[in-house]
Design a protein around this ligand. Structure first.
Ligand code: V47
Ligand code: SF4
Length: 384
Protein backbone atom coordinates (compact mmCIF):
# COMPACT_ATOMS: atom_id res chain seq x y z
CA UNK A 1 0.00 0.00 0.00
CA UNK A 2 1.25 3.49 -0.75
CA UNK A 3 1.67 6.02 2.03
CA UNK A 4 -1.13 8.17 0.57
CA UNK A 5 -3.48 5.14 0.67
CA UNK A 6 -2.49 4.44 4.28
CA UNK A 7 -3.22 8.02 5.29
CA UNK A 8 -6.65 7.84 3.62
CA UNK A 9 -7.51 4.37 4.95
CA UNK A 10 -9.45 3.66 8.12
CA UNK A 11 -6.53 2.47 10.23
CA UNK A 12 -6.28 3.60 13.87
CA UNK A 13 -5.74 7.34 14.24
CA UNK A 14 -2.39 6.91 16.02
CA UNK A 15 -0.95 5.01 13.05
CA UNK A 16 -2.42 7.52 10.62
CA UNK A 17 -0.64 10.30 12.51
CA UNK A 18 2.69 8.48 12.29
CA UNK A 19 2.19 7.91 8.55
CA UNK A 20 1.47 11.63 8.13
CA UNK A 21 4.66 12.49 10.01
CA UNK A 22 6.66 10.23 7.71
CA UNK A 23 5.00 11.80 4.68
CA UNK A 24 5.85 15.29 5.96
CA UNK A 25 9.40 14.26 6.99
CA UNK A 26 8.67 14.94 10.65
CA UNK A 27 10.41 13.08 13.43
CA UNK A 28 8.52 10.44 15.43
CA UNK A 29 8.74 10.40 19.23
CA UNK A 30 10.11 7.65 21.46
CA UNK A 31 6.53 6.77 22.50
CA UNK A 32 5.58 6.40 18.84
CA UNK A 33 8.64 4.22 18.26
CA UNK A 34 7.57 1.88 21.05
CA UNK A 35 4.01 1.83 19.71
CA UNK A 36 5.32 0.78 16.29
CA UNK A 37 7.24 -2.12 17.83
CA UNK A 38 4.33 -3.20 20.01
CA UNK A 39 1.32 -2.81 17.79
CA UNK A 40 2.02 -1.93 14.17
CA UNK A 41 1.24 -4.34 11.40
CA UNK A 42 4.30 -5.57 9.45
CA UNK A 43 2.88 -4.45 6.08
CA UNK A 44 2.28 -0.98 7.46
CA UNK A 45 5.83 -0.81 8.83
CA UNK A 46 7.22 -2.02 5.51
CA UNK A 47 5.26 0.63 3.58
CA UNK A 48 6.53 3.46 5.77
CA UNK A 49 10.13 2.24 5.87
CA UNK A 50 10.21 1.60 2.12
CA UNK A 51 8.76 5.04 1.45
CA UNK A 52 11.64 6.60 3.39
CA UNK A 53 14.21 4.33 1.79
CA UNK A 54 13.02 5.15 -1.71
CA UNK A 55 12.77 8.86 -0.99
CA UNK A 56 16.36 8.88 0.25
CA UNK A 57 17.95 6.40 -2.17
CA UNK A 58 15.45 5.23 -4.80
CA UNK A 59 16.13 1.54 -5.42
CA UNK A 60 19.90 1.95 -5.04
CA UNK A 61 21.41 -0.72 -2.82
CA UNK A 62 25.00 -0.15 -1.84
CA UNK A 63 27.72 -2.68 -1.28
CA UNK A 64 31.48 -2.42 -1.07
CA UNK A 65 34.49 -4.59 -1.77
CA UNK A 66 36.02 -5.15 1.60
CA UNK A 67 37.76 -7.71 3.75
CA UNK A 68 38.05 -8.27 7.46
CA UNK A 69 41.05 -8.86 9.68
CA UNK A 70 40.59 -10.00 13.27
CA UNK A 71 44.07 -9.75 14.80
CA UNK A 72 43.08 -11.83 17.84
CA UNK A 73 40.12 -13.28 19.69
CA UNK A 74 41.88 -13.08 23.05
CA UNK A 75 39.92 -10.61 25.12
CA UNK A 76 40.10 -9.19 28.62
CA UNK A 77 36.31 -8.88 28.68
CA UNK A 78 33.71 -11.57 28.99
CA UNK A 79 30.48 -10.48 27.28
CA UNK A 80 27.83 -13.12 27.80
CA UNK A 81 26.63 -13.10 24.18
CA UNK A 82 30.11 -13.49 22.71
CA UNK A 83 30.91 -16.86 21.15
CA UNK A 84 34.24 -15.76 19.89
CA UNK A 85 36.48 -14.46 22.64
CA UNK A 86 39.00 -16.35 24.75
CA UNK A 87 40.58 -15.13 27.93
CA UNK A 88 44.39 -14.89 27.95
CA UNK A 89 44.62 -17.94 30.21
CA UNK A 90 42.86 -19.94 27.49
CA UNK A 91 45.51 -19.00 24.94
CA UNK A 92 46.49 -22.57 24.30
CA UNK A 93 42.92 -23.44 23.41
CA UNK A 94 42.85 -24.50 19.74
CA UNK A 95 40.12 -21.91 19.10
CA UNK A 96 42.29 -19.01 20.32
CA UNK A 97 44.37 -17.01 17.84
CA UNK A 98 46.82 -14.12 17.77
CA UNK A 99 48.10 -12.84 14.44
CA UNK A 100 51.55 -11.33 14.45
CA UNK A 101 52.35 -8.20 12.45
CA UNK A 102 53.84 -10.09 9.50
CA UNK A 103 50.75 -12.27 9.20
CA UNK A 104 48.62 -9.14 9.09
CA UNK A 105 50.81 -7.53 6.41
CA UNK A 106 50.77 -10.78 4.41
CA UNK A 107 47.00 -10.72 4.53
CA UNK A 108 46.99 -7.16 3.17
CA UNK A 109 49.46 -8.14 0.42
CA UNK A 110 47.32 -11.15 -0.48
CA UNK A 111 44.83 -8.64 -1.98
CA UNK A 112 47.43 -7.15 -4.34
CA UNK A 113 45.83 -6.79 -7.76
CA UNK A 114 42.32 -7.22 -6.38
CA UNK A 115 39.78 -4.42 -6.34
CA UNK A 116 39.12 -4.21 -2.58
CA UNK A 117 38.72 -0.68 -1.19
CA UNK A 118 38.36 -1.24 2.57
CA UNK A 119 39.81 -3.30 5.38
CA UNK A 120 37.71 -3.73 8.52
CA UNK A 121 39.91 -4.46 11.55
CA UNK A 122 38.32 -5.46 14.85
CA UNK A 123 39.08 -8.12 17.38
CA UNK A 124 39.21 -9.11 21.00
CA UNK A 125 40.69 -6.65 23.48
CA UNK A 126 44.15 -8.14 23.89
CA UNK A 127 46.00 -6.87 26.99
CA UNK A 128 49.32 -6.77 25.14
CA UNK A 129 48.24 -4.99 21.95
CA UNK A 130 48.20 -1.28 22.77
CA UNK A 131 47.56 2.09 21.15
CA UNK A 132 51.07 2.64 19.76
CA UNK A 133 51.21 -0.95 18.44
CA UNK A 134 47.99 -0.42 16.51
CA UNK A 135 49.01 3.06 15.32
CA UNK A 136 52.22 1.59 13.82
CA UNK A 137 50.28 -1.33 12.38
CA UNK A 138 47.93 1.02 10.53
CA UNK A 139 50.82 3.15 9.31
CA UNK A 140 52.51 0.05 7.85
CA UNK A 141 49.26 -1.17 6.28
CA UNK A 142 48.96 2.21 4.57
CA UNK A 143 52.55 1.91 3.32
CA UNK A 144 51.68 -1.44 1.72
CA UNK A 145 48.41 -0.17 0.19
CA UNK A 146 47.96 3.60 0.54
CA UNK A 147 44.52 3.70 -1.09
CA UNK A 148 42.96 1.19 1.31
CA UNK A 149 40.35 2.72 3.64
CA UNK A 150 41.09 1.51 7.18
CA UNK A 151 37.92 1.14 9.26
CA UNK A 152 39.17 -0.07 12.59
CA UNK A 153 38.56 -0.69 16.30
CA UNK A 154 35.27 -0.60 18.13
CA UNK A 155 34.77 1.94 20.91
CA UNK A 156 35.36 -0.97 23.31
CA UNK A 157 38.86 -1.54 21.95
CA UNK A 158 39.52 2.20 21.83
CA UNK A 159 38.41 2.83 25.41
CA UNK A 160 40.81 0.14 26.63
CA UNK A 161 43.70 1.35 24.42
CA UNK A 162 43.36 4.96 25.57
CA UNK A 163 42.98 3.99 29.23
CA UNK A 164 46.10 1.77 29.14
CA UNK A 165 48.10 4.44 27.29
CA UNK A 166 46.85 7.07 29.75
CA UNK A 167 45.72 9.43 27.00
CA UNK A 168 42.39 11.16 26.39
CA UNK A 169 40.06 9.81 23.71
CA UNK A 170 40.89 12.87 21.64
CA UNK A 171 44.65 12.23 21.87
CA UNK A 172 44.28 8.52 21.17
CA UNK A 173 41.96 9.00 18.19
CA UNK A 174 44.09 11.80 16.76
CA UNK A 175 47.18 9.56 16.98
CA UNK A 176 45.39 6.77 15.12
CA UNK A 177 44.10 9.21 12.52
CA UNK A 178 47.59 10.67 12.04
CA UNK A 179 48.87 7.13 11.41
CA UNK A 180 46.24 6.51 8.71
CA UNK A 181 43.02 5.29 10.36
CA UNK A 182 40.04 6.55 8.35
CA UNK A 183 36.90 5.59 10.26
CA UNK A 184 35.38 3.55 13.10
CA UNK A 185 33.06 0.56 12.80
CA UNK A 186 29.86 0.48 14.84
CA UNK A 187 30.52 -2.46 17.15
CA UNK A 188 30.44 -2.59 20.92
CA UNK A 189 27.27 -0.52 21.27
CA UNK A 190 25.09 -3.56 22.09
CA UNK A 191 22.20 -1.96 24.02
CA UNK A 192 22.79 1.29 25.87
CA UNK A 193 20.16 0.76 28.61
CA UNK A 194 22.38 0.45 31.68
CA UNK A 195 20.37 -2.34 33.35
CA UNK A 196 20.71 -4.54 30.26
CA UNK A 197 24.38 -3.72 29.73
CA UNK A 198 24.98 -4.70 33.36
CA UNK A 199 23.48 -8.13 32.60
CA UNK A 200 25.13 -8.91 29.29
CA UNK A 201 28.46 -7.05 29.13
CA UNK A 202 29.07 -5.31 32.41
CA UNK A 203 32.86 -5.09 32.37
CA UNK A 204 33.47 -3.32 29.06
CA UNK A 205 33.09 0.34 28.09
CA UNK A 206 29.80 1.80 29.23
CA UNK A 207 27.21 3.55 27.09
CA UNK A 208 28.38 7.08 27.84
CA UNK A 209 31.95 6.13 26.99
CA UNK A 210 30.82 4.51 23.71
CA UNK A 211 28.94 7.66 22.75
CA UNK A 212 31.78 9.96 23.85
CA UNK A 213 34.33 8.01 21.79
CA UNK A 214 32.17 8.28 18.66
CA UNK A 215 31.51 11.96 19.33
CA UNK A 216 35.26 12.52 19.66
CA UNK A 217 35.97 10.54 16.49
CA UNK A 218 33.54 12.76 14.59
CA UNK A 219 35.23 15.80 16.10
CA UNK A 220 38.69 14.75 14.90
CA UNK A 221 37.29 14.01 11.45
CA UNK A 222 36.66 10.27 11.45
CA UNK A 223 33.13 9.17 10.52
CA UNK A 224 31.68 6.06 12.11
CA UNK A 225 28.85 3.55 12.15
CA UNK A 226 26.56 2.47 14.97
CA UNK A 227 25.14 -0.95 15.79
CA UNK A 228 22.40 -2.31 18.05
CA UNK A 229 22.40 -5.87 19.32
CA UNK A 230 18.70 -6.83 19.46
CA UNK A 231 16.59 -9.86 20.21
CA UNK A 232 17.94 -11.05 23.59
CA UNK A 233 16.75 -9.71 26.96
CA UNK A 234 16.10 -6.12 25.97
CA UNK A 235 12.59 -4.63 25.75
CA UNK A 236 11.16 -2.58 22.90
CA UNK A 237 11.59 0.50 25.09
CA UNK A 238 15.31 -0.37 25.42
CA UNK A 239 15.66 -0.61 21.63
CA UNK A 240 14.00 2.78 21.18
CA UNK A 241 16.10 4.32 23.96
CA UNK A 242 19.21 3.00 22.19
CA UNK A 243 18.19 4.49 18.87
CA UNK A 244 17.21 7.74 20.56
CA UNK A 245 20.66 8.20 22.14
CA UNK A 246 22.21 7.69 18.71
CA UNK A 247 19.73 10.01 17.02
CA UNK A 248 20.57 12.73 19.57
CA UNK A 249 24.31 12.35 19.01
CA UNK A 250 23.82 12.42 15.25
CA UNK A 251 21.93 15.72 15.63
CA UNK A 252 25.01 17.08 17.36
CA UNK A 253 27.79 15.77 15.10
CA UNK A 254 26.36 14.41 11.85
CA UNK A 255 29.28 11.97 11.87
CA UNK A 256 27.43 8.65 11.60
CA UNK A 257 27.09 7.06 8.19
CA UNK A 258 25.15 3.90 8.88
CA UNK A 259 22.99 2.23 11.46
CA UNK A 260 23.35 -1.56 11.64
CA UNK A 261 20.88 -3.59 13.71
CA UNK A 262 22.59 -6.89 14.64
CA UNK A 263 20.37 -9.87 15.38
CA UNK A 264 21.42 -11.74 18.51
CA UNK A 265 22.58 -15.26 17.60
CA UNK A 266 22.59 -17.78 20.38
CA UNK A 267 25.27 -20.33 19.44
CA UNK A 268 28.06 -21.24 21.86
CA UNK A 269 27.77 -18.44 24.39
CA UNK A 270 26.72 -17.89 27.99
CA UNK A 271 23.20 -16.84 26.90
CA UNK A 272 22.49 -19.81 24.65
CA UNK A 273 19.31 -20.59 26.57
CA UNK A 274 17.75 -17.42 25.10
CA UNK A 275 15.98 -18.19 21.84
CA UNK A 276 16.53 -16.19 18.68
CA UNK A 277 13.81 -13.89 17.36
CA UNK A 278 11.95 -14.66 14.13
CA UNK A 279 12.64 -13.28 10.67
CA UNK A 280 9.41 -11.26 10.99
CA UNK A 281 10.84 -9.62 14.11
CA UNK A 282 14.03 -8.86 12.16
CA UNK A 283 12.01 -7.11 9.46
CA UNK A 284 10.02 -5.14 12.05
CA UNK A 285 13.25 -4.01 13.70
CA UNK A 286 14.81 -2.81 10.45
CA UNK A 287 11.61 -1.01 9.50
CA UNK A 288 11.22 0.77 12.85
CA UNK A 289 14.91 1.70 12.73
CA UNK A 290 14.45 3.29 9.28
CA UNK A 291 11.39 5.23 10.49
CA UNK A 292 12.93 6.34 13.80
CA UNK A 293 16.51 7.15 12.72
CA UNK A 294 15.54 9.98 10.42
CA UNK A 295 18.97 11.62 10.53
CA UNK A 296 20.98 8.48 9.66
CA UNK A 297 21.61 8.46 5.92
CA UNK A 298 21.99 4.68 5.61
CA UNK A 299 20.58 1.49 7.11
CA UNK A 300 22.71 -1.62 6.73
CA UNK A 301 21.78 -5.31 6.91
CA UNK A 302 24.90 -7.26 7.74
CA UNK A 303 24.31 -10.38 5.68
CA UNK A 304 26.72 -12.78 7.47
CA UNK A 305 24.71 -12.41 10.66
CA UNK A 306 21.17 -12.72 9.26
CA UNK A 307 21.87 -14.81 6.16
CA UNK A 308 21.50 -13.94 2.51
CA UNK A 309 17.75 -14.62 2.16
CA UNK A 310 16.77 -12.37 5.07
CA UNK A 311 19.18 -9.70 3.83
CA UNK A 312 17.28 -9.70 0.53
CA UNK A 313 13.96 -9.26 2.35
CA UNK A 314 15.25 -6.33 4.40
CA UNK A 315 15.72 -4.36 1.17
CA UNK A 316 11.93 -3.82 1.24
CA UNK A 317 11.96 -2.82 4.92
CA UNK A 318 14.19 0.23 4.87
CA UNK A 319 17.63 -1.24 4.21
CA UNK A 320 19.75 0.33 1.44
CA UNK A 321 23.15 -1.24 2.16
CA UNK A 322 24.23 -4.85 2.55
CA UNK A 323 27.91 -4.36 3.48
CA UNK A 324 30.38 -6.10 1.23
CA UNK A 325 32.22 -9.08 -0.08
CA UNK A 326 33.82 -9.46 3.40
CA UNK A 327 36.04 -12.46 2.73
CA UNK A 328 36.32 -13.49 6.34
CA UNK A 329 38.37 -16.55 7.03
CA UNK A 330 37.98 -16.46 10.81
CA UNK A 331 35.12 -17.77 12.87
CA UNK A 332 33.47 -14.81 14.60
CA UNK A 333 30.07 -15.35 12.96
CA UNK A 334 29.86 -19.08 12.53
CA UNK A 335 30.87 -19.55 16.18
CA UNK A 336 27.78 -17.56 17.22
CA UNK A 337 25.49 -19.76 15.15
CA UNK A 338 25.15 -17.68 11.98
CA UNK A 339 24.44 -19.54 8.74
CA UNK A 340 27.61 -18.31 7.06
CA UNK A 341 30.57 -20.48 7.98
CA UNK A 342 33.30 -18.41 6.39
CA UNK A 343 31.50 -15.48 4.89
CA UNK A 344 32.48 -14.19 1.52
CA UNK A 345 30.55 -13.32 -1.60
CA UNK A 346 31.91 -12.55 -5.02
CA UNK A 347 30.85 -9.28 -6.63
CA UNK A 348 28.71 -11.29 -9.03
CA UNK A 349 26.90 -13.04 -6.17
CA UNK A 350 26.27 -9.75 -4.34
CA UNK A 351 25.04 -8.05 -7.49
CA UNK A 352 22.70 -10.94 -8.29
CA UNK A 353 21.36 -11.00 -4.73
CA UNK A 354 20.39 -7.34 -5.08
CA UNK A 355 19.05 -7.65 -8.64
CA UNK A 356 16.88 -10.66 -7.77
CA UNK A 357 14.69 -8.38 -5.65
CA UNK A 358 14.60 -5.63 -8.29
CA UNK A 359 17.00 -3.27 -6.60
CA UNK A 360 19.87 -1.38 -8.21
CA UNK A 361 23.33 -2.65 -7.15
CA UNK A 362 25.85 0.14 -6.69
CA UNK A 363 29.39 -0.30 -5.44
CA UNK A 364 30.35 2.42 -2.98
CA UNK A 365 33.48 3.40 -1.16
CA UNK A 366 33.56 3.50 2.65
CA UNK A 367 31.98 6.96 2.82
CA UNK A 368 29.29 6.28 0.22
CA UNK A 369 30.83 7.83 -2.87
CA UNK A 370 29.51 5.89 -5.85
CA UNK A 371 32.22 3.81 -7.49
CA UNK A 372 30.24 1.80 -10.02
CA UNK A 373 26.64 1.16 -10.99
CA UNK A 374 26.25 -2.58 -11.64
CA UNK A 375 22.66 -2.54 -12.88
CA UNK A 376 23.63 -3.14 -16.51
CA UNK A 377 26.71 -5.25 -15.75
CA UNK A 378 27.00 -8.54 -17.59
CA UNK A 379 29.52 -10.86 -15.99
CA UNK A 380 31.69 -12.43 -18.65
CA UNK A 381 32.27 -15.75 -16.96
CA UNK A 382 31.26 -17.21 -13.65
CA UNK A 383 33.71 -16.22 -10.92
CA UNK A 384 35.32 -19.05 -9.02
O1 V47 B 1 29.62 -5.44 18.97
C1 V47 B 1 28.86 -10.41 19.08
C2 V47 B 1 28.11 -8.40 17.76
C3 V47 B 1 29.53 -6.85 16.98
C4 V47 B 1 27.14 -11.69 18.79
O2 V47 B 1 30.51 -0.92 11.33
C5 V47 B 1 26.96 -10.53 18.03
O3 V47 B 1 30.34 -1.64 9.30
C6 V47 B 1 24.96 -11.30 17.30
O4 V47 B 1 29.95 -4.30 15.00
N1 V47 B 1 25.05 -12.44 18.01
C7 V47 B 1 30.79 -6.65 16.17
N2 V47 B 1 25.88 -10.34 17.28
C8 V47 B 1 30.48 -6.59 14.68
C9 V47 B 1 30.17 -5.20 14.21
C10 V47 B 1 30.12 -4.86 12.77
C11 V47 B 1 30.00 -5.86 11.85
C12 V47 B 1 29.95 -5.52 10.51
C13 V47 B 1 30.06 -4.24 10.07
C14 V47 B 1 30.21 -3.23 11.00
C15 V47 B 1 30.37 -1.84 10.52
C16 V47 B 1 30.23 -3.53 12.37
O5 V47 B 1 29.11 -8.19 16.80
C17 V47 B 1 29.63 -6.74 18.48
C18 V47 B 1 28.36 -7.43 18.91
O6 V47 B 1 27.28 -6.55 18.95
N3 V47 B 1 28.03 -9.77 18.26
N4 V47 B 1 28.34 -11.62 19.42
C19 V47 B 1 26.12 -12.68 18.76
N5 V47 B 1 26.19 -13.79 19.49
FE1 SF4 C 1 35.55 -9.18 23.94
FE2 SF4 C 1 34.10 -7.99 22.03
FE3 SF4 C 1 33.62 -10.57 22.68
FE4 SF4 C 1 32.96 -8.61 24.37
S1 SF4 C 1 32.07 -8.92 22.31
S2 SF4 C 1 34.06 -10.53 24.91
S3 SF4 C 1 34.60 -7.13 24.04
S4 SF4 C 1 35.49 -9.79 21.75
Amino acid sequence: MTLENIIQSNIAEEFKQIAKKVYNEERITEEEGILLFEKADLNYLGSLANYIREKKHGSTTYFNKNFHIEPTNICVFDCKFCAYSKLLREKTDYDAWEMNEEQIYDKIRSYDGQEVTEVHIVGGVHPKMGLQYFANLIQNIKKIRPSLHVKAFTAVELEYMCRKAKVSYQEGLQLLKDHGQDSLPGGGAEIFAEHIREEICKDKCNSDQWLEIHETAHKVGMPSNATMLYGHIESYADRVDHMNRLRNLQDKTGGFNTFIPLKYRNGNNQMSHIGEVSVLEDLRTYAVARIFMDNFPHLKAYWPMIGRATAQLTLNYGVNDIDGTIDDTTKIYSMAGAEEQSPNMTTEQLVNLIKQVNRRPVERDSVYNVLKDYSEEVFEKAEA
